[in-house]
Design a protein. Structure first.
Length: 240
């Protein structure tokens, strides 16, 4: 059974995830930075730096949401970044941010499902995704599509929450993640399930070597994982 945001409601994981992100979109950025103490900004920066050598010109940002990873990717000076997401609410917030930055000519945000991308094969120089893969309905299908649309020798960078392993950080973090974070999340976002879904979905998600196994099945080679901040977050990188 996959973990879904609204256990008492009908609807596929994809539909529920889109509804949840639509609901929390006005408060998403605020809660992200508040609940992580701003460290999420560092995680995205660190991940984008891995693509510096490659200097990708055409980048696809999967599960782009409010566009923070796409905006971070501007530092690579690409010609074009396309962000796709299943939540129109998240994309609307992202479009406003990109407009304020005056970067609409470089970043385009559009509706799209990672499991069924509308792009031709071998098109992008790099494919990136931050905090998105955990929400996919079918992880292998989503990663396989990401591989399909990327050029051979291109790099794919994935950032996702993972489970810390070491005592006492693991215990302290689990307490915060299971009890404090859902309370703050619920109070600020007014969505009673979204920030309970977050720790539950992280718990159920295959991290580190287990993720790399699926990443490889999707066609990626030279794969590597880089745990960050006591293993709360992990960057995965793979080539086509
Ligand atoms: C936690 S947010 C991450 C947003 C952004 N990448 C960031 O780093 O802040 C997860 C996003 O994944 C999107 N998402 C989930 N499943 C998706 C799918 N199958 N295809 C495209 N987007 C998806 C959600 O709508 C949501 O906006």
């Amino acid at each position: 059974m996959s973990v879904v945001p609204y256990k008492d409601k009908e609807g596929s994981k994809r539909e529920q995830v889109a509804e949840m992100f639509d609901n929390i979109s006005p408060k998403y950025d605020l809660l992200n930075h508040l609940l992580s103490g701003g460290v999420d900004i560092y995680w995205r920066k660190r991940a984008i730096k891995l693509l510096r050598k490659q200097q990708p010109k055409k980048i696809l940002d999967i599960a782009s949401g409010t566009g923070d990873f796409a905006i971070e990717a501007l530092s690579l000076k690409p010609e074009k970044i396309i962000g796709v997401d299943i939540s129109e609410g998240m994309l609307a917030v992202g479009r406003e941010k990109i407009k304020k930055l005056g970067k609409q000519d470089i970043i385009t945000l559009q509706t799209g499902d990672s499991e069924n991308l509308s792009f031709e094969s071998n098109y992008f120089d790099a494919v990136i995704v931050s905090f998105g893969v955990r929400n996919f309905q079918n992880l292998l299908a989503g990663l396989t599509e990401m591989n399909r649309v990327m050029k051979p020798q291109g790099n794919c960078v994935v950032v996702e929450f993972s489970k810390p392993r070491s005592f006492p950080f693991k215990q302290l973090y689990n307490f915060y993640f299971k009890y404090i974070l859902p309370l703050i999340g619920k109070t600020v976002s007014k969505d009673s399930s979204a920030y309970t879904y977050l720790p539950e979905s992280v718990q159920a998600f295959p991290d580190r070597e287990a993720f790399l196994d699926i990443f490889k099945k999707a066609g990626f080679i030279n794969t590597k994982c880089i745990p960050l901040t006591f293993g709360i977050c992990t960057i995965y990188i793979g080539q086509k």
